[in-house]
Design a protein around this ligand. Structure first.
Ligand SMILES: *Cc1c(COP(=O)(O)O)cnc(C)c1O
Length: 429
């Protein structure tokens, strides 16, 4: 049995001073009906809480830690930077180094700008797309998450309306009336949006969706999307804040030739520090202030400590030619094991892997979009989550999140996880 005493106490205390006790809602574990363990430290594949429970961590800070917790090289790079000062608000060479490195990796990125979160990256990319095209409307997809900025917190309106309505109080209707909603993997729904508005600045998509569970877009769908954007002079924005350096070295661009006009990055490029970025062709990026008129700024943007940690993370990735092959084979083994042991108990599990990302749905049918995902058995997921946690395996606390393999994991850890899952499937069938 898990010891929970200290975490429960810490959670009560946190709730007195922080809304819901957390600084990002999913961390509260509400969707699995539990209270969150409070973490004290991590090393490699493992993470420990303040009750001295130790977990194999398949969340890895929601993606950034591709080499696992407290990686020596990344830690060293950050500490070295810290000793020279935490922040200057003036240019440093490490920003150029990371920018040059990212430009050399992504064929579609010629120039890039750094911000401090994925939310900021996408928000800024949209402003840039609007400034560049001189158009106002954007198309996003149901089930794709792009951070919490106003115009992106949108869900389906009633009936056949494709114009979105806010999915949070505090977001005025007026702010989201420029956001049109389409169905993931459904090109007709995108065409419909283009017919409804002749003012589309950009189509924003997670080309490998990781925020409704793991649901990659079909390659043909992305190709058709690229063509539609060309036809209507709209920019295509790939939000690869999660899939960048996770699905492959080039994110979705490792799977498709489709060239987005703007790519947003985050998570892995900060190595665990707060970093986001958006980049694209020179012609588009030069619209940004001070070269152009589109305003965008940040006191801590390009922070030297964050840049140093990020650069080390990316350089480590580049040095290791077999990295994604290893991570992918572990992810595949895990999902194969889950599927087989679930099937033994008569449980139908839909599994998916892209590079180091994995996802599993308690669902009878293959999941291609958000509506499919919503048909999953979230009660069964919650039971699975709780029982795995009790056995020392920390999975994302929602059916609609993606799991992550880190390089500190190995076949033995994966096999132990599969064995535990086998027992849990028996208990929850
Ligand atoms: C995490 C994520 C974001 C938001 O990034 P934050 O750093 O949490 O603001 C945006 N888009 C995608 C695809 C993400 O996975």
């Amino acid at each position: 049995m898990l010891k929970r005493k200290n975490s429960i106490k810490a959670y009560e205390k946190a709730k007195e001073f922080i809304p819901g006790g957390v600084n990002s809602p999913v961390r509260a574990f509400l969707s699995v009906g539990q209270t969150p363990p409070f973490i004290i430290k991590g090393k490699g594949a493992y993470m420990s809480d303040i009750d001295s429970n130790r977990y194999v961590d398949f969340v890895q800070s929601w993606g950034p830690l591709i080499f696992g917790h407290a990686n020596n090289a990344v830690e060293k790079a950050a500490i070295k930077a810290i000793k020279n000062g935490l922040s200057f608000g003036a240019p440093t060479e490490v920003e150029t180094k990371l920018a040059q490195t990212l430009c050399s990796i992504f064929p579609s990125i010629e120039k890039i700008r750094f911000v401090s979160s994925g939310t900021e990256a996408v928000m800024s990319a949209i402003r840039l797309a609007r400034g560049y095209t001189k158009k106002d409307d954007i198309i996003k997809f149901k089930g794709c998450y792009h951070g919490h900025s106003d115009s992106l917190l949108v869900q389906a309106g009633s009936g056949a309306a494709t114009f979105g309505s806010p999915s949070s109080p505090g977001v005025p209707e007026d702010f989201v009336k420029h956001t049109l909603l389409a169905d993931y993997n459904d090109i007709k729904s995108v065409e419909k949006c283009f017919k409804e508005s002749d003012n589309i600045a950009c189509v924003l998509i997670e080309p490998i969706a990781g925020n409704m569970g793991l649901v990659p877009a079909d390659i043909e769908f992305l190709e058709a999307l690229g063509k539609l954007c060309d036809k209507y002079n709209a920019l295509l924005i790939f939000d690869e804040v999660m899939s960048g350096f996770r699905a492959s070295l080039k994110g979705a661009q490792g799977f498709t030739e489709v060239m987005p006009d703007i790519v947003t990055l985050g998570k892995v490029i900060g190595g665990g520090m707060p970093v986001g970025a958006f980049g694209g062709k020179k012609e588009i990026m030069s619209c940004l202030s001070p070269e152009g008129a589109v305003y965008q700024a940040g006191t801590l943007s390009g922070n030297p400590v964050a840049m140093s940690a990020g650069l080390e993370n990316i350089n480590k990735i580049l040095k290791d030619k077999k990295l994604y092959e290893r991570l992918n084979s572990l992810a595949k083994a895990l999902m194969r094991g889950f599927k087989e042991s679930a099937a033994k108990e008569g449980i139908s599990l839909q599994v998916c892997v892209r590079g180091s990302m994995f996802g599993f749905f308690f669902n009878e049918k293959e999941v291609k979009n958000f509506d499919d995902a919503l048909k999953s058995d979230t009660k069964r997921f919650a039971a699975f989550h709780k029982k795995m946690l009790e056995r020392g395996f920390y999975f994302a606390c929602s059916q609609f999140e993606t799991g992550f393999i880190c390089d500190a994991m190995n076949e033995k850890i994966i096999q132990k996880t599969i064995n535990a899952a086998g027992k849990v499937f028996k208990e929850i069938k």
